[in-house]
Design a protein around this ligand. Structure first.
Ligand SMILES: Nc1ncnc2c1ncn2[C@@H]1O[C@H](COP(=O)(O)OP(=O)(O)O)[C@@H](O)[C@H]1O
Ligand SMILES: [Mg+2]
Length: 508
């Protein structure tokens, strides 16, 4: 007899519906899986057989053929265990009354029949829901990520194979997941650091607030110990809240990248990724045989922080240019081409020279000009051109360091950032793919960054003096727009342009 069960496999940050066809017929007892299975899928025979037997069901001593269709896509992971087991039972006429047409089943089986969680469940659910599937049987371990789309579909979370069988027989009810059970990965109040701990450095804090409010890239440069790392590490505490769509996008990426618990929680807060400088280009951009998202995608909708920038391998930094510009990364492999989103704010920190004291008031730089040049040339012009805000962080004076007065708290700054984001959300309500000023394309810049004569003359002088490219010119306009929004001003004023220009003045 033949049974057809619907299942799904993750494909990039989306999912693909897979039909698991099981044929049980007379013949020598063999169990064959066809349809481009990877090794984890091929091994499922032993798991499925043991699980069915150990749960007390009859495993048919016949010829079993499992086909995963469409056959031209490589199937990955152990998520086909449960649909295969149910398929074998269905083909042995276990469920004469159940209609499998609109039910999607996924789950890994262990030998005793318990159902384990799978990777990439959220993208699969969304893809199958969009294809018209209304009911899902999923592993209980995946419920946190499933709960965020639970409003218009039936999601049933099962613990074991017998749970599933009893449900399909109509003997047991499994309660539907409800939207209420969304659990955040971390509470924002649980940050261990706060901007109030940073003394002085008011202009850097201001720039970080602009970067967070409008999603602009930022470079911090200064002598060792001046607080670059300290400042950048506090950026997550002021990042604006994510919208529902952003939460789904980000959670999808984490869902396909790893199956560990923290990664599978719903991402309510913007990610902050700070990879070490020994990272490879595949680690940064994404890659692998079955391509997985890299750090630029894990930082999607959040911040990518590269500390000690010149220590990164040069070619690793160069591969950053395309995702920075396009907001996504396309990875081509012989078997498939996948696109991962990568819209992030880039924050980089570096010393000005190998010894670190170039331009410092108190210490003399001991580097030769060749050393300085070699050090700075590790960071290329095209990369710097994509960074909007160039900041010099100077060492604190003794009085500032020993002062008792506390800076502004992160909560206060975050509140302002959220308000500025609301203005932008209204502005870009009808623009697909744009949520904030930093993401504006030429057309939006022309529409929303109109200058009066004074501002325009000011900008002309600034651009000519700094020798900026067309990209630099557009980036100044975008920052000026954010500064104007922070000022609650509909039009960009000369003071906004002036502030935006001075953030480019300190470039290397
Ligand atoms: N503005 C500041 N306010 C308070 N402490 C500071 C400040 N700047 C630096 N520090 C102290 O100096 C330490 C080193 O700063 P760090 O950010 O690691 O420097 P950098 O990355 O620039 O080399 C911090 O951990 C902190 O204790
Ligand atoms: Mg540092």
């Amino acid at each position: 007899m033949l049974a057809k069960i619907i299942s799904c496999t993750p494909l990039g940050v989306s999912g693909l519906i897979i039909d698991v066809e099981v044929d049980v017929s007379l013949g020598l007892p063999v169990f064959a899986t066809v349809g481009l299975p990877d090794s984890a899928v091929r091994e499922n025979k032993d798991r499925v057989k043991a699980a069915i037997k150990n749960c007390g069901y009859d495993f048919p001593n016949k010829r079993i053929t499992v086909n995963l269709a469409p056959a031209d896509v490589k199937k990955e992971g152990a998520g086909f265990d449960l649909p295969t087991a149910i398929g074998i039972l269905a083909a042995s006429d276990y469920f004469p009354d159940y209609n499998f047409e609109k039910t999607c089943i996924t789950g890994e089986l262990s030998l005793d029949g318990s159902v384990r969680k799978v990777k990439g469940l959220l993208p699969m659910l969304i893809a199958a829901r969009d294809a018209g599937i209304k009911r899902f049987i999923i592993p209980e371990g995946n419920i946190t990520e499933a709960a965020i789309v639970a409003d218009d579909i039936d999601i049933l979370a099962v613990k074991t194979l017998p749970d599933t069988v009893e449900y399909l027989l109509g003997n047991a009810q499994i309660s539907r997941l409800s939207l209420v059970s969304i659990k955040s990965d971390e509470d924002n109040s649980r940050h261990h650091v706060d901007f109030s701990e940073v003394k002085g450095q008011l202009h850097v804090k201001r720039a970080l607030e602009i970067a967070a409010a409008g999603s602009h890239n930022l470079l911090l440069q200064g002598p060792p110990g001046s607080g670059k790392t300290m400042l950048a590490r506090r950026v997550p505490t002021i990042l604006p809240e994510m919208t529902y769509d952003e939460i789904i996008e980000t959670t999808k990426i984490y869902s396909v990248s790893s199956s560990d618990d923290a990664a599978n929680a719903v991402k309510m807060n913007r990610p902050f990724r700070a990879p070490h400088h020994t990272i490879s280009d595949a680690g940064l951009i994404g890659g692998g045989n079955q391509p997985k998202p890299g750090e630029v995608s894990l930082a999607h909708n959040g911040v990518l922080f590269l500390d000690e920038l010149p220590e990164f391998k040069k070619h690793v930094l160069e591969v950053l240019r395309q995702p920075l510009e396009d907001g996504n990364v396309t990875i081509a492999r012989a078997s498939m081409t996948l696109t991962f989103p990568s819209n992030f704010v880039l924050i980089v920190a570096m010393n000005p020279c190998p010894c670190g004291f170039l331009g410092d008031r108190r210490n003399n730089c001991t580097c030769t000009s060749t050393q300085i040049q070699r050090y700075q040339s590790k960071v290329s012009g095209p990369l710097l051109d994509r960074i909007d805000l160039h900041l010099t962080v100077s060492a604190l004076q003794y009085d500032e360091m020993s002062g008792k007065e506390k800076g502004e708290s992160s909560a206060k700054i975050r509140k302002r950032v959220n308000e500025t984001r609301e203005i932008q959300a209204k502005r870009f309500a009808n623009c697909v793919g744009i949520n904030c000023n930093g993401q504006m394309r030429t057309r939006e810049i022309e529409q929303h960054c109109v200058l009066d004569t004074v501002s325009s003359n000011l900008l002309r002088r600034g651009v000519e003096k700094l020798g900026l490219s067309a990209r630099g010119y557009h980036r100044i306009l975008k920052i000026a727009r954010t500064i104007a929004d922070m000022d609650r001003s509909d039009n960009i004023q000369p003071s906004h342009i002036a502030e935006a220009i001075q953030f480019r003045r300190n470039s290397l």
